[in-house]
Design a protein around this ligand. Structure first.
Ligand code: FE2
Length: 281
């Protein structure tokens, strides 16, 4: 009998009660209220046969109508981890805990947070209060830890150019896993740390990767006989429709420019030199 098509099912039994096991998973980074890209990514991941879907947190920020992502995540059977944005909204904090230090970055972060806070329902804020800080599962015979920033700190930026391999190996060792999944930076990258071990930053569905393309990205991980394969999947979506919604919601023109061009215009000061040099600003 063939299984019926539909949302990802309950994880198959593994004999390890503490962690479900999968063969392939789709991993979404920050959604930043981009409900249009999330809808496309969900359908794409299902079509590619992912047997579980994960979102690493930061559901709101930047984009319009923050409440629109919640039903998509719930009805899509997505396992969601708490990001710094979700943590701030759930606990009613004054800021997003994004970790910016530059005044201009903080100015835009404040605008974004105030809009998102005002437009996220109490029910969805309460739902975010129940999200875990990390989730563990098995991918083939690999132990995977899914978190937001890093396993030790929810809002830690792990940039490709500034994160030494020995540090990632130490994190994996100390947190007893083979694979670490994270987001928070908004730019996807992956590094093999050893024969079985990987760090994967899923990037973001919420805004482009500062690469001049309007597509956003997610990660598809598959366990095979040769170990783990990691693929970054571009997600083209109706970015002009999102830009129109953002304009109607009076979100900053700088945010809209990023959605329409693929270049970051704000929150640039946290970028290390190498990542910043790849962008326009
Ligand atoms: Fe974050």
């Amino acid at each position: 009998m063939t299984p019926a098509a539909g949302p990802p099912a309950e994880p198959p039994a593994t004999g390890r009660a503490e962690a479900p096991a999968y063969r392939s998973v789709a991993v979404f980074g920050g959604i930043y209220s981009n409900h249009l890209a999330l809808r496309v990514a969900l359908a794409d991941a299902r079509a590619r046969g992912a047997d579980a879907l994960f979102c690493l947190g930061d559901l709101g920020a930047f984009g319009p109508h923050p409440d629109r992502v919640f039903p998509l995540l719930r009805e899509g059977g997505v396992t969601v981890i708490r990001g710094n944005y979700d943590d701030s909204l759930a606990r009613g904090l004054d800021d997003c805990q994004c970790g910016y230090t530059d005044p201009r970055d903080n100015h835009y972060a404040r605008l974004s947070y105030q809009y998102t806070f005002a437009n996220t329902s109490p029910e969805n804020r309460a739902w975010m209060a129940g999200l875990p800080r990390e989730v563990r599962f098995r991918l083939g015979d690999l132990e995977v830890l899914a978190c937001h920033g890093s396993p030790r700190q929810m809002n830690e930026f792990l940039w490709e150019s500034a994160t030494p391999t020995h540090f990632l190996r130490k994190l994996a060792r100390e947190h007893c896993c083979d694979v670490i999944l994270g987001t928070h930076t908004g730019i996807h990258w992956a590094r093999r740390l050893g024969e079985r071990s990987w760090y994967v930053n899923a990037g973001a569905l919420g805004r482009p990767a500062n690469d001049g393309s309007t597509a956003v990205w997610y990660a598809l991980l598959e366990a095979g006989s040769a170990g783990l394969s990691v693929e970054f999947v571009p997600v083209p979506y109706d970015h002009e429709a999102l830009a129109d919604e953002m304009r109607e919601e009076r979100l900053p023109e700088e945010f809209i420019e990023t959605i329409r061009t693929g270049w970051w215009t704000t929150c640039l000061e946290v970028l290390p030199g190498k990542e910043r040099a790849r962008g326009r600003y």
